[in-house]
Design a binder for this molecule. Structure first.
Ligand SMILES: *[C@@H]1O[C@H](CO)[C@@H](O)[C@H](O)[C@H]1NC(C)=O
Ligand SMILES: *[C@@H]1O[C@H](CO)[C@@H](O)[C@H](O)[C@H]1NC(C)=O
Length: 353
């Protein structure tokens, strides 16, 4: 179990949690609405009714979430949930299938576990809502909103977050027996191909009214329990070749954000560096053991009893961070003191523009 955290860090973490709790009683959100795109980092139940093996609407997922297991891939809130709270939303943004006519004015969460920028990513697991499909769903929502007679939100003032791309590596490029992208592209070429498609998708989001758009870089995928188990680390803490692929993608994504900010002068794009935000955890050389008991696909065994102190684990299952990591991500992307973590500025600043 990854339960031997430095006592000082655990103390800091508890202070952060406490601080967040007090922050959460804000009244009016800072922006009229908040839309969420991505994969299991943000999915809040979009996969539940799909014919896919990539869904987690069972216990012990959600053990620390007020509504129990909802399809969120963690023990508690996702980073997208917590960013919403920091923006002042007092209710969680609903998933696309569950959003009512009234809900959609505040925003929709389209995130789908195992989905990618590319259409074929994660297909071996079943049906998923890949990025282009999430954007088609958003187009439907935007047209529904445009037909509202009153209280129509100004889409240009809303915050949009996109956290996608890791499955294009772990459920595509690095799955040699199921996908041939690594025969067709080098890592650098693949990053380029992904970024070109992502660039189109972000411009689609812009054409649908998005002007405050936050994109998340990839966390170090080679540090997850599943990849360490599969590929080994050669004495290093993580699988270097996988992290290197992620860094190539992140560098290109950062350049894309710079370029989009230049080209679309009435919009603001923000890059969140998940790898740097999470690096203090990596520096501590914690064992990367999942908190729950995992089955062969590295999701938690249904109804199993997870580790008692979730605040002391980085990973809840073989892939996904615990809520405490999600708090760290949300807090450091919302208020950041460094352009290394949030470029050109943090989400709080973006919201206030
Ligand atoms: C890769 O796979 C796709 C289908 O998944 C196929 O259409 C394509 O021809 C393959 N390419 C190579 C180079 O094997
Ligand atoms: C930005 O504008 C330049 C010049 O018009 C163009 O070549 C480039 O493709 C644009 N990039 C994006 C991401 O829109």
């Amino acid at each position: 179990m990854a339960c031997d955290l430095d006592p000082l860090l655990s103390l800091c973490i508890f202070i952060v949690v406490f601080h967040l709790r007090t922050l959460l009683v804000t009244s009016k959100p800072q922006v009229p609405c908040y839309f969420i795109f991505g994969d299991s980092w943000v999915d809040n139940g979009n996969n539940n009714k799909l014919d896919t093996r990539c869904k987690v609407n069972y216990s012990p997922y959600g053990i620390d979430f007020p509504e129990g297991h909802t399809g969120r891939f963690s023990n508690g809130r996702s980073s997208a949930d917590i960013i919403g709270q920091l923006l002042g939303f007092n209710k969680f943004i609903p998933s696309y299938p569950s959003a009512s006519k009234k809900d959609i004015k505040r925003g929709v969460n389209y995130g789908s576990g195992c989905a990618g920028i590319r259409k074929e990513t994660g297909r071996h697991l079943g049906v998923l809502i890949y990025m282009d499909r999430q954007l088609r769903r958003h187009k439907i929502i935007v047209s529904r909103l445009s037909r509202l007679k009153k209280n129509r939100p100004n889409l240009k003032k809303c915050v949009y977050i996109v956290n996608i791309g890791s499955n294009d590596y772990i459920n595509n490029f690095f799955l040699h027996d199921k996908y041939n992208t690594s025969d067709r592209y080098t890592k650098a070429q693949f990053a380029e191909v992904l970024i070109q498609q992502y660039s189109k998708q972000l411009r689609t989001l812009y054409s649908l009214g998005g002007r405050k758009i936050v994109v998340f870089g990839l966390a170090d995928m080679g540090c997850t329990p599943v990849q360490i188990h599969k590929f080994g680390t050669n004495g290093k803490p993580c699988v270097e070749s996988i992290n290197e692929a992620g860094r190539l993608f992140n560098d290109r994504l950062m350049s894309l954000v710079v370029e989009l900010n230049k080209n679309k002068s009435d919009a603001r794009f923000v890059f969140i560096n998940l790898a740097s935000i999470l690096s203090p955890l990596g520096d501590m050389h914690l064992p990367s053991t999942p908190c729950c008991r995992v089955k062969e696909n590295w999701q938690c065994v249904p109804e199993s009893v997870p580790c008692p102190v979730r605040e002391w684990s980085i990973f809840f299952d073989g892939y996904h961070p615990t809520e405490i990591c999600n708090i760290m991500i949300a807090k450091r992307s919302y208020t950041s003191s460094s352009q290394v973590d949030a470029y050109p500025y943090d989400i709080k600043h973006l919201a206030q523009l």
